[in-house]
Design a protein around this ligand. Structure first.
Ligand code: ATP
Ligand code: MG
Length: 573
């Protein structure tokens, strides 16, 4: 591609809303332009990167036998009513009406459409296993679209759905996709980790996120250096401390704490460390309210509680509900004397030998409270994992925390959708049984953005070969005919060798071209001017390392091919 014919609107500055490196650099390199919040036009340079991600995704999915389809973006409400998500999905679902007043939504994900297809087309176990995927535009009316393609409202996702006869088969399909995803991200040339994940409101029980490790990531990950356990912090298991003995326990006392309801204030008033407090939190669910207990200095991890309760909906209770459950307002409540409400305590609470908590009476707290003696509760791990916590998997060692960008997510769904939408299949005995499903997503634009987060410096992007929009950036230094002719000859040779080349043949100054080349970040830069013409040597630079090589012009093709062709397989090379 000749730069003189290409649309390459590079810029020195990025707009103020661009705060992370990938967003800044995609704007500055002329890859994307904002149309509305979270909605972008993808320019030619950006599209070349997205196409490379998609190509890798398609190759690896086709390799394991997935079949590509395309589903509509506009979906009739009936399908979502059938699955029960029309109500449940909330304001992220963009709902629209057609001219007849019919309700539709823009697909944020496609379980409903694919399950409808499966219900009509999969009749017999002989058609299984089946895995269908698409690469398609999704719409989610994200509350906080930001970071460019990283969290858009309109974005391209690869979504796949597996269908199996039984749970064993479904798990096999799941692990096959886990393997395919690992190959995809290794081929993209990003440093990533699969981590155990919360299953969110899609439902199901087995789930992994593929996280690109980056400080700017929105997700926190916990990993154990001893056993290799890795999980999103929303889910990461923490080992509980040993239970305390009852031996030193004294009598329980009521303490007057007028108008003092926060742990910090009560702690100051009583001169007791917040670690000795029991914090009681009441939640409402679609079933009965529950009380959760945390140590005073800890935060509750709501997804853990939601999974434990097996509910989809969990929200802090209203003041009325708290009053009904505990007989006192928030700030003065505790587990002692609660009847008829399920109480779940974090392990650390049950390990306290003597504690302070609300007395379930206005302006009163209790001290000398002994778990097990003064109240009973179900024990559970409800904490948000912190750096240095004991690993909940091996009990040993300590967890360390890192940040990541979720580029892929896989779920084992079971029969949640197939039951709701009556997608059954005849099993080997001719009996109708609901299909076992899995679903699998990859954010195409987010993967490209995550790759930039990991591969850039103060001057611009440093594309790894597999996702680079072009592999070689050839710069003609000077406007003289002999320079342009020599560069054109090199350009032809490199293209004939199957390399992807951007040829900067624009009548611009060398300094300008070098700056642009650093910004757009092709992995190999080749520069030829008058001086090189005389010596027969071209200057080659590797963008990521900054290493320079003087290469004889007639050896350029082999020099670059040897380095680029194997690198096209990323970390699988
Ligand atoms: P997040 O927690 O980041 O909102 P999610 O759990 O909602 O992600 P999934 O429903 O699992 O995401 O979607 C599959 C993949 O689609 C994600 O792993 C991510 O790569 C991509 N994705 C999700 N939301 C967006 C978005 N708003 N913009 C760009 N990509 C997205
Ligand atoms: Mg989301």
């Amino acid at each position: 591609m000749r730069a003189s014919r290409f649309l390459l609107p590079t810029a020195k500055e990025a707009p103020a809303d661009a705060t992370v490196a990938s967003h800044v650099l995609m704007m500055r390199a002329g890859m994307i332009r904002r149309v509305a919040a979270g909605i972008y036009t993808i320019l030619p340079l950006g599209l070349r990167v997205l196409r490379k991600v998609e190509h890798i995704v398609r190759e690896e999915l086709d390799r394991v036998g997935c079949l590509e389809v395309t589903m509509p973006m506009v979906i009739p409400a009936e399908l979502w009513e059938e699955s029960g998500r029309w109500e449940f999905y909330g304001p992220e679902l963009l709902r629209v009406k057609d001219r007849k007043g019919g309700d539709f939504c823009l697909g944020p994900t496609h379980e409903e459409v694919i399950t409808t297809l499966a219900a009509s087309e999969i009749k017999s176990y002989r058609q299984l296993p089946l895995n269908l995927y698409q690469v398609q535009t999704k719409f989610r009316d994200e509350i906080r679209p930001r970071f460019g393609l990283m969290r858009g409202r309109e974005f391209v996702m690869k979504d796949a759905y597996s269908f199996d006869l039984d749970p064993d088969g479904a798990r096999e399909s799941y692990w096959q996709m886990h393997e395919a995803y690992s190959r995809i991200f290794a081929r993209c040339g990003v440093t990533f980790a699969p981590v155990e994940a919360d299953t969110g409101n899609i439902g199901g029980s087995l789930s992994h996120e593929f996280q690109v490790i980056a400080d700017t990531g929105e997700d926190a990950l916990a990993t154990c250096t001893n056993c290799g356990y890795a999980a999103n912090v929303e889910k990461a298991q923490v080992a509980g401390p040993p239970l305390a003995g009852l031996t030193s326990a004294g009598a329980r006392q009521t303490v007057s704490t007028p108008n003092v309801g926060t742990i910090a204030d009560v702690s100051a008033l009583m001169g007791v460390d917040p670690k000795q407090f029991i914090k009681a939190l009441v939640f409402e669910t679609e079933e009965e309210p529950v009380m959760a207990l945390m140590r005073g200095d800890r935060d509750l991890n709501e997804p853990k509680l939601r999974v434990l309760l097996g509910v989809d909906d969990l929200r802090p209770a209203t003041p009325e509900t708290i009053l009904r459950v505990a007989g006192a307002p928030a700030g003065f409540i505790g587990p002692v004397g609660i009847e008829g409400t399920r109480i779940i305590a974090d392990h650390e609470v049950l390990a306290l030998s003597e504690a302070v908590c609300g007395a379930n009476a206005v302006d009163e707290h209790l001290k000398g409270v002994v778990p097990g003696r003064d109240f009973t509760a179900e024990a559970a791990d409800l904490r948000i994992a912190e750096e240095g916590d004991a690993c909940g998997r091996c009990g040993d060692s300590t967890l360390s925390l890192r940040r990541g960008i979720e580029v892929g997510h896989i779920f084992y769904l079971g029969t949640k959708y197939s039951e709701a939408m009556k997608a059954t299949v005849l099993d080997t005995n001719g009996k109708a049984t609901p299909l076992e499903m899995g679903c699998y997503g990859i954010g195409i634009g987010r993967t490209a953005a995550a790759c930039i987060e990991q591969n850039h410096d103060e001057n611009g992007i440093c594309w790894p070969v597999p996702l680079a929009p072009f592999e070689v950036h050839l710069l003609a230094l000077g406007k003289q005919d002999e320079v342009l002719d020599a560069c054109t000859a090199l350009y032809d040779q490199l293209q004939d060798a199957g390399l992807d080349v951007l040829f900067d043949d624009r009548p611009e100054r060398p300094g300008f071209k070098f700056k642009d080349a650093e910004l757009v970040g092709m992995p190999w830069r080749v520069a030829l001017g008058k001086r090189g013409l005389e010596s027969g040597m071209v200057e080659v630079m590797e963008r990521a390392s900054g290493e320079r090589f003087d290469v004889a012009s007639d050896e350029l093709v082999s020099f670059l091919s040897e380095r680029i062709v194997p690198a096209r397989r990323g970390d699988l090379a």
